[in-house]
Structures are given as C-alpha cells and as structure tokens.
Design a protein around this ligand. Structure first.
Ligand code: IMP
Length: 226
C-alpha cells in the first residue's frame, strides 16, 4: 500500500502544487487518467480529519484498496441534506484537482430534538460541544439518535455517486472514553454493549459505524465497477 502512496506522491507533485490555480484546472492533470489510474486499487480521500482518514483506511484495506489522504481546501455548502453537502464538495474538488476523489459528510440526528443537530453537527460541535448535547438532553428519557454518513465519489470522467451508511444508538447520560473524535464520547451504538464510540478502538468502531457502512458500499462498488 505504501508503495502506491509513494508512487502517487511522486506522480502528482506539479499537479498538487496547482490545486489553487483558478483556470485550466482540468488541463493540469499530469496523468493519462483513463489508462494509468489504478481504479479500484487506490482511492483519494479528501479530508482534513485524520480520525476519519484512519477509519477509512482500515475499511478500504478490507477490500485491498489503498486509501490516500488528500488535503484540499474545498467548499462546504449549507444544506439540510448531507448528500447535497458531500456531493458539492466532491464535485468542487474534482474541478480543482482533476483527480478521482471521494469525500465524506456526516451528522448526528437526535430523535428527541427533531433530528438536531443533523447537517449542522459541525457547527454545534464547535459551539456547544459534547457537554452541550448532554445538557440539552438533561431529563430527556427517550435518548435514541443515529449517525448518518454519505460518501460521495466523483471523477473527471464519471458522474458523482453517493453511498449512505447509518448507525442507530443512544445519547449517553455522560461523556465516556477518550478515543475517536467529535460526538464519539456521547454516542452508544446499538449492539455495542453500552460502550460509547470513544471507548472503542478504530477496528471496533468500524464494526458499527455509519462511516464504515457507507465506505463498505463504496468499496464494493469501486472494486467491481472498473
Ligand atoms: P463532518 O461535517 O462530516 O465533518 O461532520 C460534522 C460533525 O459531526 C463533526 O464535527 C463531528 O463533530 C460529527 N461527527 C461526524 N462523524 C462523526 C463520528 O464518526 N463520530 C463522532 N462525531 C462525528
């Protein structure tokens, strides 16, 4: 796998330097994508979140796909639908760099709060955080919630495809665990023996998580469609 990553680092340096160029972006591609891109073997994940990348790398490895981390400043539109958010940033990234890529967008949907924070999870995490969620849920008996993830794959040649994954669970009464990221310390997935995601290793979280479920659908398609 690392051979592949190095190969790509070596193959794309000029192109990577041109990610911010505003014109002729597609023309900057240095590879003959159709003939030499290792479709089904390497997948570029555009994210600034190393936890997400680490989870994705393990899932993709189950399908013998090498996950490569690509850091690109991409647009994140405001929308009530996380598929629209993921789709827009995948298309924007392809326009910037001319490579096949996938992005992932996720949200936490709490039943008792009418699905809040949902597509606004990132803002809510930055503002009130996990403790704020615990406080909002104080005295709330029905604690059902779910995470929803959308993986959007886009490439210069093919229409964008989206893959969904969900995991049901409950909001814990207190924060527990110090692994993972975001709302992991307050989310207990169904079937996870009352552990929060933050009390699970990456491997264990991947047995349940919304992201792993969406990524497995993507990986099954990616390894058979080309
Ligand atoms: P993003 O827009 O996909 O990065 O996700 C929005 C917010 O949802 C993030 O800031 C996290 O707080 C939260 N989130 C997304 N996925 C997860 C997860 O797997 N565990 C915990 N929190 C998550």
């Amino acid at each position: 796998m690392f051979k592949c990553l190095n190969l790509f680092k070596l193959s794309f340096p000029k192109q990577l330097n041109k990610f911010n160029a505003s014109s002729n972006r597609r023309e900057t591609a240095l590879i003959d994508r159709k003939s030499s891109f290792p479709w089904g073997k390497v997948a570029f994940f555009v994210t600034g979140n190393f936890h997400k990348f680490s989870e994705a790398r393990h899932v993709l490895a189950e399908y013998k796909v090498a996950g490569a981390l690509l850091k690109v400043r991409t647009i994140e539109i405001q929308d009530d639908n996380i598929e629209n958010i993921a789709r827009a940033s995948a298309i924007d990234t392809v326009e910037q760099c001319g490579l096949p890529v996938f992005v992932e967008d996720a949200g936490l949907f709490i039943d008792a709060l009418g699905g809040f924070p949902g597509p606004y999870s990132s803002y809510v995490y930055r503002t009130i955080g996990t403790q704020g969620i615990i406080e909002l849920m104080d005295k709330v008996k029905k604690r059902d919630a779910y995470f929803h993830s959308v993986v959007a794959f886009s490439s210069p040649e093919k229409p964008t495809k989206c893959f969904h994954g969900k995991v049901k669970g409950k909001i814990s009464r207190e924060e527990r665990g110090n692994l993972g990221f975001g709302f992991d310390p307050v989310f207990e997935p169904l079937g996870g023996q009352d552990k929060t995601f933050a009390e699970m290793s990456t491997k264990e979280k991947n047995r349940f998580s919304h992201r792993a479920r969406a990524l497995r659908k993507f990986a099954r398609w990616y390894t058979s469609a080309f």
